[in-house]
Write a protein that binds this ligand. Structure first.
Ligand SMILES: CC(C)(COP(=O)(O)OP(=O)(O)OC[C@H]1O[C@@H](n2cnc3c(N)ncnc32)[C@H](O)[C@@H]1OP(=O)(O)O)[C@@H](O)C(=O)NCCC(=O)NCCS
Length: 170
Protein backbone atom coordinates (compact mmCIF):
# COMPACT_ATOMS: atom_id res chain seq x y z
CA UNK A 1 0.00 0.00 0.00
CA UNK A 2 1.24 3.49 -0.86
CA UNK A 3 0.26 6.28 1.53
CA UNK A 4 0.86 9.92 0.67
CA UNK A 5 1.18 11.97 3.85
CA UNK A 6 2.67 15.28 5.01
CA UNK A 7 6.40 15.01 5.70
CA UNK A 8 7.54 15.37 9.30
CA UNK A 9 10.78 16.92 10.53
CA UNK A 10 12.04 13.46 11.49
CA UNK A 11 11.71 12.39 7.80
CA UNK A 12 14.18 15.04 6.65
CA UNK A 13 17.40 12.98 7.09
CA UNK A 14 16.02 10.32 4.70
CA UNK A 15 15.12 12.62 1.83
CA UNK A 16 18.49 13.65 0.33
CA UNK A 17 19.29 9.97 -0.31
CA UNK A 18 15.96 9.47 -2.07
CA UNK A 19 16.74 12.38 -4.40
CA UNK A 20 20.21 10.95 -5.08
CA UNK A 21 18.69 7.59 -5.96
CA UNK A 22 16.02 9.23 -8.15
CA UNK A 23 18.70 11.19 -9.99
CA UNK A 24 20.30 7.94 -11.17
CA UNK A 25 17.66 8.03 -13.92
CA UNK A 26 19.75 10.70 -15.64
CA UNK A 27 22.70 8.35 -16.20
CA UNK A 28 20.80 6.94 -19.16
CA UNK A 29 20.23 10.37 -20.75
CA UNK A 30 23.08 11.46 -23.01
CA UNK A 31 24.42 14.89 -22.07
CA UNK A 32 22.74 14.99 -18.65
CA UNK A 33 24.47 12.03 -17.00
CA UNK A 34 26.17 14.49 -14.63
CA UNK A 35 22.82 15.33 -13.01
CA UNK A 36 23.07 11.96 -11.26
CA UNK A 37 26.08 13.32 -9.35
CA UNK A 38 24.76 16.86 -8.88
CA UNK A 39 23.88 18.41 -5.51
CA UNK A 40 20.57 17.50 -3.95
CA UNK A 41 18.41 19.47 -1.52
CA UNK A 42 20.05 19.48 1.89
CA UNK A 43 18.46 18.10 5.04
CA UNK A 44 18.19 21.73 6.24
CA UNK A 45 16.31 22.74 3.09
CA UNK A 46 13.92 19.84 3.65
CA UNK A 47 13.38 20.93 7.25
CA UNK A 48 12.60 24.48 6.11
CA UNK A 49 10.08 23.32 3.49
CA UNK A 50 8.49 20.90 5.97
CA UNK A 51 8.09 23.80 8.40
CA UNK A 52 7.07 26.59 6.04
CA UNK A 53 6.16 25.14 2.64
CA UNK A 54 4.43 22.03 1.42
CA UNK A 55 6.22 18.73 1.87
CA UNK A 56 4.72 15.33 1.15
CA UNK A 57 6.17 11.85 1.28
CA UNK A 58 5.09 8.51 -0.13
CA UNK A 59 5.20 5.92 2.63
CA UNK A 60 5.21 2.35 1.31
CA UNK A 61 4.01 -0.41 3.56
CA UNK A 62 7.00 -2.57 4.44
CA UNK A 63 9.52 -0.25 2.71
CA UNK A 64 9.16 3.11 4.41
CA UNK A 65 9.54 6.43 2.64
CA UNK A 66 10.27 6.03 -1.07
CA UNK A 67 9.50 9.46 -2.52
CA UNK A 68 8.86 13.09 -1.72
CA UNK A 69 7.49 16.28 -3.21
CA UNK A 70 8.07 19.74 -1.84
CA UNK A 71 7.19 23.28 -2.79
CA UNK A 72 6.11 26.70 -1.65
CA UNK A 73 3.08 28.93 -1.97
CA UNK A 74 3.56 31.93 -4.24
CA UNK A 75 1.02 34.66 -5.03
CA UNK A 76 -0.10 32.92 -8.22
CA UNK A 77 0.60 29.21 -7.72
CA UNK A 78 1.94 26.44 -5.59
CA UNK A 79 5.49 26.16 -6.92
CA UNK A 80 6.96 22.69 -6.80
CA UNK A 81 10.67 22.72 -6.05
CA UNK A 82 11.33 19.02 -6.26
CA UNK A 83 9.68 15.67 -6.76
CA UNK A 84 11.78 12.54 -6.48
CA UNK A 85 11.00 8.84 -6.36
CA UNK A 86 13.57 6.24 -5.27
CA UNK A 87 14.81 4.53 -8.43
CA UNK A 88 13.58 1.09 -7.23
CA UNK A 89 10.03 2.47 -7.21
CA UNK A 90 9.90 4.35 -10.53
CA UNK A 91 6.96 3.91 -12.88
CA UNK A 92 4.50 2.70 -10.26
CA UNK A 93 2.45 5.88 -10.32
CA UNK A 94 3.99 7.35 -7.16
CA UNK A 95 5.06 10.57 -8.89
CA UNK A 96 1.54 11.03 -10.23
CA UNK A 97 0.07 10.40 -6.75
CA UNK A 98 2.36 13.04 -5.23
CA UNK A 99 1.42 15.58 -7.90
CA UNK A 100 -2.29 14.87 -7.38
CA UNK A 101 -1.86 15.34 -3.62
CA UNK A 102 -0.06 18.65 -4.22
CA UNK A 103 -2.93 19.75 -6.46
CA UNK A 104 -5.47 18.88 -3.75
CA UNK A 105 -3.39 20.72 -1.16
CA UNK A 106 -3.28 23.81 -3.39
CA UNK A 107 -7.03 23.72 -4.08
CA UNK A 108 -7.75 23.30 -0.35
CA UNK A 109 -5.85 26.57 0.14
CA UNK A 110 -7.71 28.39 -2.64
CA UNK A 111 -4.84 28.12 -5.14
CA UNK A 112 -5.66 26.64 -8.55
CA UNK A 113 -2.30 26.49 -10.26
CA UNK A 114 0.90 24.45 -9.93
CA UNK A 115 4.21 25.58 -11.43
CA UNK A 116 7.62 23.95 -11.73
CA UNK A 117 10.80 24.04 -13.77
CA UNK A 118 12.24 20.95 -15.39
CA UNK A 119 14.32 19.56 -18.27
CA UNK A 120 12.90 19.87 -21.74
CA UNK A 121 12.35 16.64 -23.70
CA UNK A 122 13.59 14.20 -21.01
CA UNK A 123 10.79 11.57 -20.94
CA UNK A 124 10.29 11.70 -17.16
CA UNK A 125 10.42 15.52 -17.09
CA UNK A 126 8.70 17.90 -19.56
CA UNK A 127 6.77 15.22 -21.55
CA UNK A 128 5.75 13.50 -18.32
CA UNK A 129 4.39 16.72 -16.81
CA UNK A 130 2.59 17.46 -20.06
CA UNK A 131 0.78 14.16 -19.67
CA UNK A 132 -0.17 15.27 -16.15
CA UNK A 133 -1.80 18.41 -17.60
CA UNK A 134 1.01 20.98 -17.44
CA UNK A 135 1.82 23.32 -20.30
CA UNK A 136 5.25 24.70 -21.12
CA UNK A 137 5.59 28.46 -20.68
CA UNK A 138 7.72 30.56 -22.97
CA UNK A 139 8.27 34.25 -23.60
CA UNK A 140 5.77 36.60 -22.04
CA UNK A 141 3.81 33.68 -20.49
CA UNK A 142 6.74 33.04 -18.20
CA UNK A 143 6.27 36.06 -15.94
CA UNK A 144 8.88 37.58 -13.63
CA UNK A 145 8.75 34.93 -10.89
CA UNK A 146 9.45 31.93 -13.13
CA UNK A 147 11.98 33.93 -15.16
CA UNK A 148 13.83 34.57 -11.90
CA UNK A 149 13.73 30.87 -11.02
CA UNK A 150 15.23 29.97 -14.42
CA UNK A 151 17.86 32.73 -14.04
CA UNK A 152 18.85 31.36 -10.63
CA UNK A 153 19.15 27.89 -12.12
CA UNK A 154 21.44 29.24 -14.82
CA UNK A 155 23.60 30.88 -12.14
CA UNK A 156 23.83 27.54 -10.37
CA UNK A 157 25.13 25.86 -13.54
CA UNK A 158 22.07 24.22 -15.06
CA UNK A 159 22.02 24.38 -18.90
CA UNK A 160 19.39 27.05 -19.45
CA UNK A 161 18.56 26.06 -23.05
CA UNK A 162 17.49 22.66 -21.77
CA UNK A 163 15.33 24.01 -18.96
CA UNK A 164 11.72 25.14 -19.11
CA UNK A 165 8.99 26.34 -16.80
CA UNK A 166 5.56 24.72 -16.77
CA UNK A 167 2.16 25.49 -15.30
CA UNK A 168 -0.96 23.47 -14.63
CA UNK A 169 -4.15 25.38 -13.97
CA UNK A 170 -7.19 23.53 -12.64
C1 LIG B 1 9.90 12.23 -12.36
C2 LIG B 1 9.62 11.14 -11.34
C3 LIG B 1 9.38 11.78 -9.99
C4 LIG B 1 8.35 10.39 -11.77
O1 LIG B 1 8.05 9.45 -10.74
P1 LIG B 1 7.35 8.04 -11.05
O2 LIG B 1 6.75 7.55 -9.79
O3 LIG B 1 8.27 7.16 -11.78
O4 LIG B 1 6.18 8.56 -12.02
P2 LIG B 1 4.90 7.80 -12.58
O5 LIG B 1 4.97 6.33 -12.25
O6 LIG B 1 3.71 8.59 -12.14
O7 LIG B 1 5.06 8.01 -14.17
C5 LIG B 1 6.24 7.63 -14.80
C6 LIG B 1 6.22 8.10 -16.24
O8 LIG B 1 7.42 8.85 -16.50
C7 LIG B 1 7.91 8.49 -17.79
N1 LIG B 1 9.18 7.78 -17.58
C8 LIG B 1 9.75 7.52 -16.42
N2 LIG B 1 10.93 6.92 -16.60
C9 LIG B 1 11.09 6.79 -17.92
C10 LIG B 1 12.10 6.26 -18.74
N3 LIG B 1 13.21 5.73 -18.23
N4 LIG B 1 11.93 6.28 -20.06
C11 LIG B 1 10.80 6.80 -20.59
N5 LIG B 1 9.81 7.34 -19.86
C12 LIG B 1 9.95 7.34 -18.53
C13 LIG B 1 6.85 7.58 -18.41
O9 LIG B 1 5.90 8.38 -19.04
C14 LIG B 1 6.23 6.96 -17.18
O10 LIG B 1 4.93 6.52 -17.39
P3 LIG B 1 4.72 4.97 -17.81
O11 LIG B 1 5.49 4.17 -16.81
O12 LIG B 1 3.24 4.81 -17.71
O13 LIG B 1 5.28 4.85 -19.19
C15 LIG B 1 10.77 10.11 -11.26
O14 LIG B 1 11.03 9.65 -12.57
C16 LIG B 1 12.04 10.69 -10.68
O15 LIG B 1 12.24 10.70 -9.46
N6 LIG B 1 12.95 11.11 -11.59
C17 LIG B 1 14.25 11.64 -11.20
C18 LIG B 1 14.14 13.00 -10.56
C19 LIG B 1 13.42 13.97 -11.44
O16 LIG B 1 13.65 14.05 -12.64
N7 LIG B 1 12.53 14.71 -10.79
C20 LIG B 1 11.74 15.73 -11.46
C21 LIG B 1 12.41 17.05 -11.40
S1 LIG B 1 11.44 18.30 -12.18
Amino acid sequence: MIRIRPARACDAPLLPEIERSAGEAFRQWTGLEWIADDNVQSEERHRALIAHGIALVADLEGCGIAAFLNGEATPDALHIWQVAVHRDQHRRGIGRMLMEAAQHHAADHGVYSLTLTTFRDVPWNEPYYRRLGFITLDGENLGPRLSAVLDAEEQSGLPTAQRCAMRKTF
